[in-house]
Write a protein that binds this ligand. Structure first.
Ligand SMILES: CC(C)(COP(=O)(O)OP(=O)(O)OC[C@H]1O[C@@H](n2cnc3c(N)ncnc32)[C@H](O)[C@@H]1OP(=O)(O)O)[C@@H](O)C(=O)NCCC(=O)NCCS
Length: 143
C-alpha cells in the first residue's frame, strides 16, 4: 500500500478510518471543515496536516488497530512532512497526550522535540486528565 493524497470523494472513507482509530471519530463534515491536506493509506490509516503562515500542524494521525505497528504511521508522518514542506511550512507542530506511548515513539523517530505542555488537556473518564505535550520539528532537514 502507498500513501496518497485524499480528495473530496474520499471524505466518507476518511471518516470511517478516523472512527476506527479514535473514539469518537470525526465526521466527514468535520474533516472537510478543517480544510487540511488529508493523506491516506487506503483502508489502513490517515493523517491530516494544515499549513498556515509557514507553520504546519498535524491535526490527527490514526491507523486502524489491526494495521498498527507495521510502519504505516511512519509512512503517514513522512508524507505529511513532505506535504507541509511543499506548502512552504518551515516547521510542524502537534499535540500528543503524555501517556500515548505509541504516538510519542512515532514522533520521536522524526526528531520532534517537546516545546510546551498543556496541563490537563485530555480528559480521561474516571481518572485524572492527561497533559498534552506540544511537539515541534523544523522542516529544514529531510524527513
Ligand atoms: C500512533 C499510531 C498512529 C502509530 O501508528 P503505527 O502504524 O502503529 O506506527 P508505526 O508502525 O509506524 O510505528 C512507529 C513507531 O512507534 C512504535 N510503536 C508502535 N506501536 C507502539 C506501541 N503500542 N507502544 C510503543 N511503541 C509503539 C513503533 O515501534 C515505531 O517505533 P520505532 O520507529 O522506534 O521502531 C497508532 O498507534 C494509532 O493510530 N493510535 C491511535 C490514534 C492516536 O493515538 N494517534 C496519535 C494522536 S497524537
Amino acid at each position: 500500500m502507498n500513501v496518497r493524497r485524499a480528495g473530496p470523494g474520499d471524505l466518507d472513507a476518511l471518516a470511517r478510518l478516523h472512527a476506527a482509530a479514535f473514539t469518537p471519530g470525526w465526521s466527514a463534515a468535520e474533516i472537510a471543515a478543517l480544510e487540511a491536506v488529508a493523506l491516506v493509506e487506503d483502508g489502513a490509516g490517515l493523517i491530516l496536516v494544515r499549513t498556515v503562515a509557514g507553520e504546519a500542524e498535524i491535526l490527527s494521525v490514526g491507523v486502524r488497530p489491526e494495521a498498527r505497528a507495521a510502519g504505516i504511521g511512519r509512512r503517514l508522518v513522512a508524507a505529511a512532512l513532505e506535504a507541509a514542506a511543499a506548502e512552504g511550512a518551515e516547521s510542524v507542530f502537534l499535540e500528543v497526550a503524555e501517556d500515548n506511548a505509541a504516538a510519542r515513539r512515532l514522533y520521536a523517530g522524526f526528531e520532534f522535540q517537546a516545546v510546551g505542555r498543556r496541563r490537563g488537556y485530555y480528559p480521561r473518564p474516571g481518572a485524572a486528565a492527561v497533559d498534552a505535550l506540544v511537539l515541534r520539528r523544523a522542516l529544514n532537514t529531510p524527513p
